[in-house]
Design a protein around this ligand. Sequence first.
Ligand code: ARG
Length: 591
Amino acid sequence: MVEQVRSLAEDVESVVREAMARVLPAELASRDPLVRRSDHADFQSDVALAVAKRAGEKPRDVAEKLRRQLDTVPWLASVESAGPGFVNITLSDAVVLDRLRQRQSLPKLGVVQTQVDEVVVLDYSAPNIAKEMHVGHLRSTLIGDVLARVLSFLGGEVIRQNHVGDWGTQFGMLIQYIVEHSEHSWRRRGADGQTGGAVSALDALYRAARARFDADPGFKERSQRRVVALQAGDADTLALWREIVQESEVAFQEVYDRLDVLLAPQDILGESFYNPFLDDVVDELRRKGVLEESEGALCVFFDDILGPEGGRVPLLVRKKDGGFGYGATDLATIRYSIQERKATTLLYVVDSRQAQHFDMIFRTAGRAGWLTDGIKAVHVQHGTVMGPDGRPFKTRSGGVFRLAELLDSAQRRAREIVAEKAADRSDVELDEIARIVGIGAVKYAELATSRTKDYSFDVDRMVSFTGQTGVYLQYTHTRIKSILRRATDTAAGPARFSGDLTLDAPERALALLLDEFATTVQLVATTLEPHRLAGYLYTLAKTFTDFYEACPVLKARSAEIRANRLALCQLTAEVLSQGLGLLGIAAPERM
Ligand code: ARG
């Protein structure tokens, strides 16, 4: 069992709770103690303001009563009631240093393993075969990657699911087009051999096939026959389909490797995997009375999901022609995840435009008795990526940007900036730094934004040494590492916090923030919002910068102060590198 430490904020909350229990009537004593960090003290509680009216007292009087109780707590250095009814709480320096010393010596800095009983099926990325991955898939890929890392860091079992779009009527059209136009080479072997080359070629063919399909009834008919052949398992058709799928998956993996995300080929479980289950899913739903027939199709309806005309919107499970849609596949997915994978939590990191789809899927799975109360199913929604002009991000001709090109542009810009700062580096070194900085910048910009919001893809802003950027965090990490390298006295072992020093304000601010790392990681797990951690790390880097400007480390007044400050540096570097690691961003030693 890993040893666990609570944060100082949690400890303060619990003593305020105890004080509340002594001075407030029972129904108010269980309220949130409303403890937060403060500019006037280490923490402040606003609970007196929140409960005074109900308690029939003045807020100041309640605050004063709480203060008197808290005054008896030995590890609090000072407690004051202030203003209209705040309680200001300051800890003793020894307590703060002690807590940091404890964290320093624990694995994962004392982060509590809260996910050990969870089996999380995490559906993310999910690009479509024969199409380019677009920026929407970039969002899902990066957010999903952080959730995978954080949940397993907290002890959960995470099953990564890359639900690629590899099945459907569109493949009939594409395959038919390829068969009729053997002059087009779309295979990467012998083709341009470039990254993503195969998908680009397929993507172009796909568009051409679509245009032909819409314009030529003969082709349309042949395509439809091809779909039937594919579904019936015709050997030649299936072989071509497999080849197309493989080509695309190799290209996807190149992007994943470049992004340095966890997704691997074995995480792919595409739509086609669920194809053999669809008949059975429909039968079961029919038996359970979940399906309704409507104009020859089998659907699920919900009284409160209505279209603009006021009619009920169907979840289409089986079409009139007997074909299955996206909905049927996702019902098979959810049944499989729960029954075969024994999932306790199902997460789908998908564009918010699919909110209604997932709402219907979850409710249908509930009606079918698959999704029960003990299982959590969440559509982890994300917004859209905009261009620098604030409109949805498109190329000049209205197409989607290739992800590889976006990453190229970030790396190019990163190289220019790095070359300016570090002119003494060789070309090879510069390329490597530019890669770390450029990819880190794209990832950080994504992860620092609340996932439900839209943001604009602006390379210049992303790749900047100042402001809230990945580069700033990486750079801060390298600065600390350089301080530690120069302090040769730490070579023998980590610097230790000594217990009987007084802390200057910037040291104290840094120390209290370091103590919040563990709760911040938990917050990412409960809210499924990576930006909580991304924002925390930025605040930490800034607070470190303030500390370092105000408090000399290597030239500190005394050996003890120096040791303490080195320990603060060390712990900050460790939190930065663990935190960046959870975001999937490299924390280099030098830049
Ligand atoms: N392939 C889909 C798209 O590109 C996303 C699939 C999301 N996952 C799911 N289980 N429906 O929009």
